[in-house]
Design a protein around this ligand. Structure first.
Ligand code: GLP
Length: 246
């Protein structure tokens, strides 16, 4: 069963998750190993990334021995498109820390063959030794990454069709609904379940209903995040508003 921590606010939650990530990076560095992080986009992880940047600048946390894999990318967007998730990561985290750029992975939104790109992404995660810690947000459809309902427990990195609820929610970033891509490449539920540790963040009243559904209904493809109930090491970090209906 997933663990739930209700924090005073999102800043406190971000600090707690950043401290967990710091401890992992430091422990791996001491063991002369690489820390493999799974990263998420959206507005939710922004305070977490700001705190990681602060730890780098003010507490000397180095990301030289860190490898990252992002969950997903919009289909059809190049890495320099302002709404691409590669661009988001550069703007909000990578350019402020000392991570070697070749250590950062985001699925390619434009490629000759999406199926090959997805299979290569799975292979790259495997050859890095698997993901030690995956950061997650959650969409109002119950999606994690871009695993919209229905997404099975054994789904792997693949091309998906975005739910209209998700396109509308994300249209605020694009300025207009028609500009939001209809497809994406995303790690699968199975890829996420393979991560050794999962830290999910959800903030605000708008997430209260889906958090209830995620944790209080039988795990099923109808709410992909609900599969996390069966993850051996998964923590939900909520603010009081997101926890309101639990
Ligand atoms: C997008 C991302 C998800 C993210 C979700 C929630 O759809 N693909 O990874 O969890 O948005 O976004 P927000 O954090 O802005 O609510």
């Amino acid at each position: 069963m997933a663990k739930v921590i209700v924090h005073a606010d999102k800043a406190t939650a971000a600090q707690a998750v950043a401290a967990t990530i710091r401890d992992l990076i430091v422990a791996k560095a001491q063991a002369k190993q690489t820390a493999v992080l799974g990263l998420a986009t959206g507005s939710t992880p922004l305070p977490l990334y700001a705190e990681l940047v602060r730890l780098h600048r003010e507490a000397g946390l180095s990301f030289r021995n860190v490898v990252t894999f992002n969950l997903d990318e919009y289909e059809g967007l190049a890495g320099d498109h302002a709404q691409s998730y590669r661009y988001f990561m550069e703007q909000n985290l990578f350019r402020f820390i000392d991570i070697p750029r070749e250590n950062t992975h985001v699925p390619a939104g434009i490629s000759a063959d999406a199926a090959v790109t997805c299979a290569d992404y799975e292979a790259a995660i495997r050859s890095a030794g698997g993901i030690d810690l995956q950061v997650l947000g959650i969409g109002r459809t119950g999606h994690i990454g871009f695993n919209e309902p229905p997404s099975s427990l054994d789904s792997r990195t693949r091309r998906v069709h975005l739910d209209e609820v998700t396109r509308r929610d994300n249209s605020v970033f694009f300025g207009e609904l028609s500009l939001v891509p209809h497809g994406a490449l995303t790690m699968g539920v199975g890829t996420i379940m393979d991560c050794r540790q999962v830290e999910l963040l959800a903030f605000g009243a708008g997430k209260a209903d889906i958090i209830r559904k995620t944790l209080r209904t039988q795990p099923s493809a109808a709410c992909p995040a609900s599969w996390l109930q069966d993850h051996p090491r998964c923590t939900f970090h909520l603010d009081p508003e997101a926890n309101a209906r639990l």
